[in-house]
Design a protein around this ligand. Structure first.
Ligand SMILES: [Zn+2]
Length: 239
């Protein structure tokens, strides 16, 4: 099992770990602990590098596989051995942009639910850009400006973003989590990680977020699209 350091500290830019498995045909290694996010919940995986002895390997892709996180290494250098000590360094620009974008999307979906009662059905992001789909029949152009203004107010409010890891039973008692379809979590999961924007939003979520909504910085609601009578897609950008 890889210890997922990013779950409790999304601000780790570097970390030390040991190689626990090597998959030569994929040029991939597992670590006992990692700060690399393997992707999921609409957030793309991290990039960066692993230094082992005198060698530095670019990390070109990261993927979760069972309880392990696989780090796919670029280059042609011989792979390091199991048990080797590694020093991981994140591509921080990429990661931090994703943290700001991800928190901005949580602000967007909470504001849209609070002000219009519209539920989110999906979302996706890349660094600095994101989109969310809503069941939002009455969305029209004028509302886009209202939504943008509300999102900006929540960024300016500097709300704290709080991460918790709760036992499954405890999480299932929280009404806000039931609304965001916590009951869809697989049976075997014994703990639920929650992301709370204090006073605004609470979700079960595995992604990496900024500490305060103020770190989202400049955000714009850039466009929306009808995906049918009810389903609408809203696009945001963070600078
Ligand atoms: Zn999320």
């Amino acid at each position: 099992m890889t210890d997922l350091l990013y779950q409790t500290d999304s601000y780790l830019r570097e970390f030390d770990a040991a190689i626990t498995a090597v998959v030569p045909e994929e040029r991939a290694v597992s670590l006992d602990r990692t700060a690399f996010y393997p992707g999921g919940g609409g957030q793309p995986c991290d990039f960066g590098a692993l230094a082992v002895g005198g060698m530095t390997y670019p990390v070109e892709r990261v993927k979760r596989q069972g309880g392990e996180v696989l780090h796919f290494l670029g280059g042609v250098a011989p792979l390091p051995a199991i048990g080797s000590a590694v020093h991981g360094v994140m591509d921080w620009m990429h990661r931090y942009q994703l943290m700001r974008t991800h928190t901005a999307l949580h602000i967007l979906c909470s504001v849209v639910f609070r002000d219009y009662g519209a539920l989110v059905t999906g979302g996706d992001m890349e660094p600095g850009k994101g989109r969310m789909d809503f069941e939002f029949e009455r969305l029209q152009k004028e509302l886009v400006q209202e939504i943008e203004a509300a999102v900006k107010r929540e960024v300016a409010a500097g709300r704290e973003v709080r991460i918790k890891i709760l036992p499954r039973q405890e999480a299932f008692q929280i009404p806000d989590l039931i609304r965001t379809k916590i009951n869809l979590l697989p049976e075997g999961i014994t703990q639920v990680r929650t992301v709370e924007i204090v006073g605004l939003d609470l979700q079960a979520d595995g992604g990496t977020h900024v500490r305060s909504t103020s770190e989202v910085g400049r955000v714009r609601v850039v466009d929306y699209k009808s995906k049918g009578a009810i389903n609408k897609r809203i696009y945001i950008e963070v600078e």
